[in-house]
Each structure stands twice: as structure tokens, then as C-alpha cells.
Ligand binder design. Structure first.
Ligand SMILES: [Zn+2]
Ligand SMILES: [Zn+2]
Length: 126
């Protein structure tokens, strides 16, 4: 456990400064370490709630630091660009309504928006 701590810190540091979630191959480009070690560290950090895991349906699993705060993602269907977005009016009220109507206590939610980024919108117009 102790031996892998530098790898763990490097992954955390990288994800904390990154504005969008990264996949293991992307992390591996910056953090030079055995892929198995990277996976193992990531899995343990997910269990501890330090990292979030995302699957946007393109078969790539991406990770993000939980310290980046609660936000959502804008995902471009054309170029695959991923951008974080904070909603002015988040879903806390909806979560309360779900609890009231369905007696389901929501502890977290994920919400991703799929569409076309600025560049790709102009591509489709021209
Ligand atoms: Zn795009
Ligand atoms: Zn939210």
C-alpha cells in the first residue's frame, strides 16, 4: 500500500487540476506507472469517495476528482469534447420531490448533456 502512495498522489494532483474527466490511458500519459497500479489506486480512491467514475456511453470509463465540486457535463456528439458545467439551479428540489412522492432517499445524482459544441455547430451549418 505505502509503496504506491506517490502514484496515488500524482493521479489525484492531475485530476484536481483537470477541468474534464480523464480515462486511464490519458492518466497514464502523465503519470508514468504500471497500468495495474493506476487501476488499483483509482479503484481504492473511488471506494473512499475521493474520485468519481463516469461512463458517457462511448465505452470509455473516465475519472474525476470529487474535490472539483458538484457539476454536470456537456458532451459533444461530434468531436467528443467534454466540458464541466455548474447548474445555477441544481436538482436538490427534484431530489426532495422524489423522496416525498416515491419515498426514495436520493444521495447523489449524475446528469450529462449530449449535443454539439460551438465548433461542431458551425460545422453542421456550413
Ligand atoms: Zn464538438
Ligand atoms: Zn447536480
Amino acid at each position: 500500500m505505502k509503496r504506491s502512495t506517490p502514484v496515488r498522489n500524482k493521479i489525484l494532483k492531475l485530476l484536481r487540476v483537470c477541468k474534464y474527466p480523464l480515462s486511464v490511458p490519458e492518466i497514464n500519459k502523465k503519470v508514468k506507472a504500471n497500468k495495474t497500479t493506476i487501476y488499483r489506486q483509482i479503484e481504492s480512491m473511488i471506494k473512499e469517495g475521493i474520485l468519481f467514475k463516469f461512463n458517457f456511453g462511448d465505452g470509455v470509463v473516465r475519472y474525476e476528482s470529487a474535490s472539483n465540486g458538484h457539476h454536470h457535463h456537456l458532451i459533444c456528439n461530434n468531436c467528443g469534447e467534454i466540458e464541466g458545467v455548474v447548474l445555477d439551479d441544481d436538482l436538490t428540489r427534484e431530489e426532495k420531490l422524489i423522496f416525498e412522492k416515491r419515498n426514495f432517499l436520493v444521495t447523489s445524482h449524475m446528469l450529462e448533456f449530449f449535443g454539439f459544441c460551438k465548433n461542431c455547430q458551425s460545422d453542421t451549418k456550413s
